[in-house]
Design a protein around this ligand. Structure first.
Ligand code: PMP
Length: 356
């Protein structure tokens, strides 16, 4: 009886941050952008023709691909588009990590990597970050089936330099190296590994519209790499689901990419607020790695992170807490508007005083 259970793929799934449905909360828990998407996005939605939804969308997302290729100075055959970077990363694991050798990623990192590895039965080895949450390049010199890490890292917010990334690439010419740049637009200019693509055929750079382009709700991500990598990704995707990108996603994504000024201004505002938040948190006694992303990973020497997390929630302020070894003293706080961050500072000051 019940033998169907023997054939079930059992998984411990990834757990995303809470998406509370009630209003009136300050939501700093899932690294969303506090500002709306580019004005052209609302216009694209207004101009959308319901009748055209009868028809399947362009399976190649041609217009969006062209806009991205122009924006990033690569060929259209160097762009792969997916349903958020989660989809792009998942397809990349399936496509490129098809070996018996373990793939490598840091111990403190995006907590979806081990889930995809388990899902696709990819062996993996975690390489612990240093005590101050830095990637050690030598950890990636061992024999492996591929490498993936976020830069800036999540949830630490730390950004590694291009020299480290290039060193890892130079030591690993026979595997695909994926740099997950979900937060790169908050790191300042010249940090993206995309400049290394012409030199390294095995480099895949993954980015998202969810953070810097304020489109988490639309689900758009993309990868840039050599035409050979992109062709392999397309073959796997087209063996899985060829119509991943809806008409709405394609039109909205294109409108977003075409407004470079708004994109730059919004990222700059988030960066300014982050730098002020660092000062405010330091004033309250918090310690944190020097974030290059749209969140700060902060720890208070006296008040446990779990207490802060719960107390903030009581006050309708949501941040993220990971009850995991090495990081359970930290809160990951998304950068909101100046007003939201001021409310956070006030609430934290109160909680810390109460816990004295
Ligand atoms: N990579 C990292 C490091 C992330 O933090 C996230 C956000 N959860 C993603 C990828 C996925 O983002 P999205 O699917 O919204 O593009």
């Amino acid at each position: 009886m019940n033998h169907w259970r023997d054939n079930v793929r059992t998984m411990v799934p990834y757990v995303p941050g809470e998406q509370p449905q009630e209003g009136g909360i300050i939501k700093l828990n899932t690294n969303e952008n506090p500002y709306p998407p580019a004005p052209g996005v609302a216009e694209a939605i207004r101009n959308m023709d319901a009748d055209r939804l009868r028809l399947y969308p362009d399976p190649s997302s041609t217009a969006l691909k062209r806009a991205l290729a122009d924006r990033y100075g690569v060929g259209e055959d160097q762009i792969f588009i997916g349903v958020g970077s989660d989809d792009v990363l998942s397809m990349s694991f399936l496509t490129f990590f098809n070996s018996k050798k373990p793939i490598l990623f840091p111990d403190i990192t995006y907590s979806f990597y081990d889930v995809w590895a388990d899902l696709y039965r990819i062996p993996y080895l975690v390489r612990p970050l240093t005590g101050d949450f830095r990637l050690r390049r030598e950890d990636y010199y061992i024999v492996n089936g591929g490498i993936v890490f976020p830069n800036p890292n999540a949830p630490t917010g730390l950004c590694e330099g291009l020299d480290l990334i290039e060193d890892i690439l130079a030591h690993n010419p026979d595997v695909v190296v994926i740099v997950d740049e979900a937060y790169i637009d908050f790191a300042g200019r010249g940090k993206s590994a995309a400049v290394l693509i012409p030199k390294y055929e095995n480099l895949l750079v993954v980015q998202t519209f969810s953070k810097s382009r304020s489109l988490a709700g639309m689900r758009i991500g993309f990868a840039m790499g050599s035409p050979a990598l992109i062709a392999a990704l397309n073959d796997v995707r087209n063996s899985f689901n060829s119509y991943t990108m809806s008409r709405a996603a394609q039109e909205i994504g294109t409108a977003s990419v075409l407004d470079e000024t708004y994109f730059q201004e919004t990222a700059a505002k988030v960066i300014r607020t982050r730098e002020q938040a660092k000062k405010d948190l330091a004033e309250l006694g918090f310690v944190f790695p020097d974030s290059s992303s749209n969140f700060i990973f902060a720890s208070h020497p006296r008040v446990p992170a779990k207490v802060l997390f719960q107390e903030l929630k009581q006050r309708h302020i949501y941040v993220r807490y990971f009850d995991k070894p090495r990081i359970n003293h930290y809160l990951r706080i998304t950068i909101g508007t100046d007003e939201q961050m001021a409310a956070l500072k006030k609430a934290l000051a109160e909680i810390i005083a109460e816990q004295a």
